[in-house]
Design a protein around this ligand. Sequence first.
Ligand code: SAH
Length: 352
Amino acid sequence: LQVAISTGGAAPVLARRLRQRLETELDESLSALTDVLARERARIRWRFPHPGRRRRFFERLLDGEWPQQLRRGDVNANATFESALQSSDPSRCLGEVTLVGAGSGDPGLLTLKALRALQDADVIVHDRLVGPAILELARRDAECIDVGKRVGEDHDATQARIHELLLAHARAGHRVVRLHGGDPLVFGRGGEELAFLRAHAVAHAVVPGITAALACAAATGVPLTQRGLSRSVTLLAARGGENSQPPHWHALAAPNQTLAVYMGTGELANVTRELLAAGRGADTPFALVENGSLPNQRVVTGALADLPRLARAHDVRAPALLLIGEVAVHAGRVARTERCSNGPPRVLSEAA
Ligand code: SAH
């Protein structure tokens, strides 16, 4: 083990101070520890051929009492090492599944917890909305499985396959991350996954993420609530799936509230017609945000009555989020945004 400190001659006193500080933290037993691990490398590899399990063995060993025993020169250190090597029976190693929200596209929207979960994962089961920049943050040796649902596919069958994948990998003792775009529990079928994991007694946890409504509001400068303009915000799925009740359009059409409509690109005419019929004003502002928070974000704004026509004119494609309500007046007209080298996306040009 080598630790080097140099200031290139600029500040030898500083280097000495740092060395003294490190010496109190890193004592000579680390050298013995490194020697043992080097000597036992082949046995450890043979015992734990799977890199994930090997990593966990090392984590357990280094977090346990073995390093302290080596430090104290305790004669039991050897026995502790041997028992760790023998007792970490891979077949008894239980896996777990963490449902993780990746945020709405920009990797900067990942939470610290999400990042940690990604870096710990042996297997990552992810949506199509999760981009390569986010997957690059995972460990190199993690297995990434794309389970994105595509148009024309039987989504229920795909969901059943996702459940089976999660179960199989957890039972194989892997740390599984089920990575959702946005938040796992907002329109992501994360709720069904949780129920499935519960029913099969698989250890699980949830790490929330920045859902599209929040990311798109931030990226366009639209406050979802604002004194005098809107006192509530509703997250609405434009499509409800089979057997679902239609939305209560009269309640959703009341003034001074914000609607954030997900999965709406194919339903814009329908949403507009229902809201107008239920009494929402024809001049209610909307902001339709395509690829929110990403470098290719586009925003189309206008009055509700013009929504289907404007969306067609600008050829808005999924993923897009629709914000409807008085607050949407704060968004630009038609804006193409581009990422600055450091900072949030900025509005480059506006057109009518
Ligand atoms: N769990 C996700 C939503 C999944 S449903 C979340 O919390 O955000 C998929 C829908 O989310 C898309 O149809 C779109 O309406 C919205 N969406 C996801 N990412 C988006 C993005 N970057 N820009 C705009 N809308 C997005």
